[in-house]
Design a protein around this ligand. Structure first.
Ligand code: PEP
Ligand code: MG
Length: 524
């Protein structure tokens, strides 16, 4: 039996199946009818078993992983947590799982109120809470299990923070039942070079020992779980200069979110950075990083790009990239809500601190800085952002075009800024009214769609008229079949994951501008 999903990161691999357990539901608070002493007595042994399992795992690893596990084990055996949970059973007749849930909740509230480093520990308490509750309920603890050998990871969906923490040496492939091709989980899997298939309905129901995954074809089949090494496709080669057969230049840049991405981009020959997703530096931060912390984090990413162009994007938090230190509250439609630049409108100091840190990091590293804002809807918003960026001493300022309204008013927006960059992932989601995280509408989130390409062409023409660059930094830029079409539409740079550079670079070399224009006209 073979299942089909959407292949989002290439590579073929076979290995044992490991399922990411679903989130625990909040335990019921119905009073326990039984012996309260016996109910309370279950908590200590459950906590001790969690602590022992964590200590065992800590002994099997080294470095940071070891100290994290040791700290979590110490929290699990903290007598204050068990004592207060036991008290809740006795005082309020709560079942043991609910008592642990509430006792941990009180600890977390206190830590969050203390702020700073202590607030970050609240997440660890939640982890310990879930483990003890799962032990009491006799179910697997939620979240990505600690892998000890190479495995194929299967999940309903994964948060970007979980995906960013995956170890490519241990995660042979990633398969999710939900999720779309331009979701941030898919983008991160590609950046890590982990073969991945999303929107694979039925994968959670498979119970074979292993899975064979083809991240290019988007297929998943049951297997006996024997590890088979990925068949690597030979890398196309290019010389690090983006140009067509007739010499017409289309700069090839990299999308990065970490120092490791930046190193990979340099090794792959990127001419610079076309999109630095700064929010990826802080996916697990519980409080706003200080200006000094931001400066250091950005400098670590920009460091390999001395004297090269880099486009740093200000925080694009919200929607599917929640940042703990920027809680947005409940929104019925988060993708249409307060995300990207919108967060800064009533918190301009947040943006100013980030702009100062970005400018300082560029000065530290010698990178040729441009900044851009995500999720800009109008020329007035572009002007507002440009004024603040210029006040921070940044000369080259641009915005993303990823909202249809911005594409339609590209000329007015270009009058306010020095360049624009098309975010085709969001632009497609908003043009087709198709959630980029939802497998069921994945076919609409396809950048080959004429409606999307016509908008790209409109923006590129506005750029040409204004004499200003128009790049593409959405996943469309990483598609070697689409790159000539984008060049033919008038796009001046393409920014993509490092692994895509050589393929796109060599595809562009095989065609001249006239052929690209013809292809663009046909595609539209
Ligand atoms: C996009 O929307 O195309 C884009 C590049 O931004 P992100 O994927 O981070 O939303
Ligand atoms: Mg976007």
């Amino acid at each position: 039996m073979q299942l089909s999903g959407v292949g989002v990161s290439p590579g073929r691999v076979d290995g044992p199946r490991v399922v990411v357990a679903a989130d625990l539901p909040e335990p019921a608070s119905t009073p326990t009818p039984g012996d309260l002493g016996a109910e309370a007595g279950k908590i200590g042994p459950a906590a001790a078993s969690v602590a022992a399992a964590l200590s065992d795992r800590a002994r099997s690893v080294s470095g940071d992983a070891r100290s994290v596990l040791e700290t979590t084990a110490a929290m699990a055996s903290d007598p204050a947590l068990t004592a207060s949970a036991e008290q809740l059973v006795r005082d309020r007749s709560l079942p043991a799982p609910r008592a642990v849930w509430e006792a941990a909740g009180e600890f977390m509230t206190a830590l969050q109120a203390a702020g700073g480093y202590l607030a970050e520990r609240a997440r660890d308490v939640a982890d310990v809470r879930d483990r003890i509750v799962a032990a009491l309920l006799g179910v697997a603890p939620p979240g990505v299990p600690e892998l000890t050998s190479p495995s194929v990871l299967v999940a309903r969906d994964l948060a970007p923070a979980d995906t960013a923490g995956l170890d490519p040496d241990l995660v042979l492939a990633l398969v999710t039942a939900e999720g779309g091709p331009t979701s941030h989980t898919a983008i991160l899997a590609r950046a890590l070079g982990i073969p991945a298939v999303v929107a694979c309905a039925g994968v959670l129901e498979l119970d074979s020992p292993g899975l064979a995954v083809d991240g290019s074809a988007g297929t998943v089949s049951p297997s006996d779980g024997t590890v088979r090494a990925p068949a690597r496709t030979p890398r196309a080669s290019w010389d690090g200069v983006g140009r067509l057969a007739d010499g017409h230049r289309v700069k090839l840049l990299a999308n990065v979110g970490s120092a490791a991405d930046a190193q990979a981009a340099v090794s792959a020959g990127a001419e610079g950075v076309g999109l630095f997703r700064t929010e990826f530096c802080f996916l697990s931060a519980a409080s706003e990083p200080t200006e000094a912390e931001q400066r250091a984090a950005y400098a670590a990413v920009l460091e390999p790009f001395a004297a090269k162009p880099v486009v740093v994007r200000t925080l694009d938090a919200g929607s599917d990239k929640p940042l703990a230190f920027l809680p947005m509250g409940e929104e019925p439609n988060p993708a249409l809500g307060v995300r990207g630049l919108r967060i800064a409108f009533d918190r301009p100091e947040l943006l100013d601190r980030q702009l100062a840190a970005i400018a300082a990091a560029a000065a530290d590293t010698g990178a040729e800085l441009s900044v851009m804002a995500p999720m800009v809807a109008t020329a007035a918003e572009a002007a507002w952002f440009a004024a603040r960026a210029r006040a921070a001493g940044i000369e080259r300022v641009g915005v993303m075009i990823e909202i249809p309204a911005a594409a339609l008013c590209a000329a007015e927006i270009l009058a306010e800024v020095d360049f624009v960059s098309l975010g085709t992932n969001d632009l497609a989601q908003y043009v087709f009214a198709a959630d980029r995280q939802l497998g069921a509408v994945a076919a609409l989130n396809d950048p080959h769609q004429p409606a999307l390409l016509r908008l790209v062409g409109m923006v590129a023409s506005a750029g040409e008229a204004a004499g200003k660059p128009v790049g593409v930094c959405g996943e469309a830029a990483a598609d070697p079949a689409l790159a000539p079409v984008l060049a033919g539409l008038g796009v001046t740079s393409l920014s993509m994951n490092a692994v895509a550079l050589a393929g796109v670079g060599s595809a562009l070399r095989s065609v001249d501008l006239a052929a690209c224009r013809e292809a663009a006209a046909k595609a539209c």
